[in-house]
Design a protein around this ligand. Structure first.
Ligand SMILES: N[C@@H](CCC(=O)N[C@@H](CS)C(=O)NCC(=O)O)C(=O)O
Length: 372
């Protein structure tokens, strides 16, 4: 694959980090352009349908919008290099993909937007220079940033909940750091689909904006190293003296990784349960037709976390990703299903196998659409 792809993305964008890392790690040549380039509006958007990044243009001119679709495009074409073979590893890999792209948005938004003294000038640079030098650029930047400053609140961070959000994030950071004592990637010696999902919030926001990046450098060097590593084409694991080259043998999912899942489960599971109830209620009332575009946000979510109530937002996309975990599980034989269930029970994640929407979501012509 010597021809160059074009990735419409930007350095400070959360979802861009997932596709970029995949391209780097799989040595797929690409150039990155911001959506400020004329070509995005003129040539790409009509085929991509929505103005979101990442959007990929292949050397043949095909347009693929959405990080999951971009990765699936290469996985399907190349014998699924980033999907482990074993049942438990496959499920854990797909689960981290959901956690990264949806489950860690709360700390990602909090640590970007609620530490303005440290972050604001840095972030403003990126918003400003993602646009061409047109007269309204400064004004547009301030407007965009003003809007974005609300997002942490939308995901449930308030004066009352912010110390809880930080407490949980720090526990997650500590357990992830402990995992990387043993291995450079989630499932051993090379990155899986889950690593790419997880890098989404961990790169642009939590691993690069000044305040959270310093926090990560000072508190969790190993996590910081993984963030660097996920943006390099080589294995980048010189500090591991016993390094292998593959996923761990015998479908092993290390205990250290289950410890990470156990921390994440605390908000991810009740939030998913509540979001499913909200969206299913909406589905009953609205009964979208097969092929109708799935909404990006659908109402509020409320759940209890360590004695406090978090009010957040329901996103159908979480369930599009979760369906992929469930599809892997559904295709397993009974003994494998039992092994997966036992593993997920141990980290309080087993309920995710059965939290489902009444209508599933597919990707069709660059849109997420409802199915019958
Ligand atoms: N599901 C999409 C989400 C992409 C997305 O929301 N990207 C943000 C930037 S990180 C964006 O483009 N926002 C602009 C918009 O929604 O108009 C993916 O995973 O690629």
């Amino acid at each position: 694959m010597s021809e160059v792809h074009t990735l419409y993305a930007i350095t400070h964008s959360l979802f861009s980090g997932r596709a970029r890392s995949y391209l780097i790690k799989n040595q797929i040549p690409f150039r990155e352009l911001s959506t400020g380039h004329e070509s995005f509006k003129a040539d790409v958007l009509p085929k991509g349908k929505l103005p979101t990044i990442p959007t990929l243009v292949t050397p043949e001119g095909d347009v693929i919008r959405d990080g999951a679709a971009i990765i699936e495009h290469f996985e399907a074409a190349n014998g699924r290099p980033c999907r482990p073979v074993g049942a438990k590893q496959q499920v854990v890999s797909a689960l981290f993909d959901v956690i990264g792209t949806d489950g860690l948005l709360r700390p990602a938004m909090h640590y970007r937007w609620n530490f303005q003294e440290d972050n604001l000038d840095f972030v403003r640079y990126h918003f400003l220079y993602s646009q061409r030098d047109l007269p309204a650029r400064e004004e547009k930047t301030e407007k965009m940033m003003g809007r974005m400053q609300q997002v942490a609140a939308i995901w449930g961070v308030s004066d009352d909940t912010k110390s809880l959000v930080e407490e949980l994030y720090l526990e997650y950071l500590d357990t992830l750091s402990a995992h990387f004592e043993h291995y450079p990637y989630l499932l051993g010696w090379r990155p899986c689909i889950g690593d790419f999902g997880l890098i989404a919030p961990m790169y642009a926001h939590l691993g690069r904006d000044p305040y959270p990046a310093r926090l990560m450098q000072q508190r969790a060097v190993r996590v910081y190293r993984w963030v660097e590593r996920m943006n390099r084409a080589d294995q980048d694991a010189p500090e591991y003296f016993n390094a292998g080259t593959d996923f761990l043998p015998d479908d092993e999912v290390p205990e250290s990784l289950l410890n990470v899942l156990k921390v994440i489960a605390e908000d991810f599971v009740p939030e998913t349960r509540s979001a499913a109830a909200t969206i299913n209620q909406w589905l009953q009332e609205n009964r979208p037709q097969a092929g109708d575009a799935a909404e990006r946000f659908l109402g509020q979510v409320q759940f209890e976390l360590r004695g406090q109530t978090i009010t957040s937002i329901a996103q159908p996309y979480r369930f599009f990703e979760l369906q992929r975990v469930q599809a892997i599980y559904d295709a397993l034989d009974t003994a494998e299903q039992q092994a997966v269930r036992d593993m997920l029970d141990r980290c309080d994640m087993a309920e995710l196998l059965s939290i489902r929407l009444d209508q599933s979501i597919a990707q069709l012509d660059n849109l997420e659409v409802w199915q019958a």
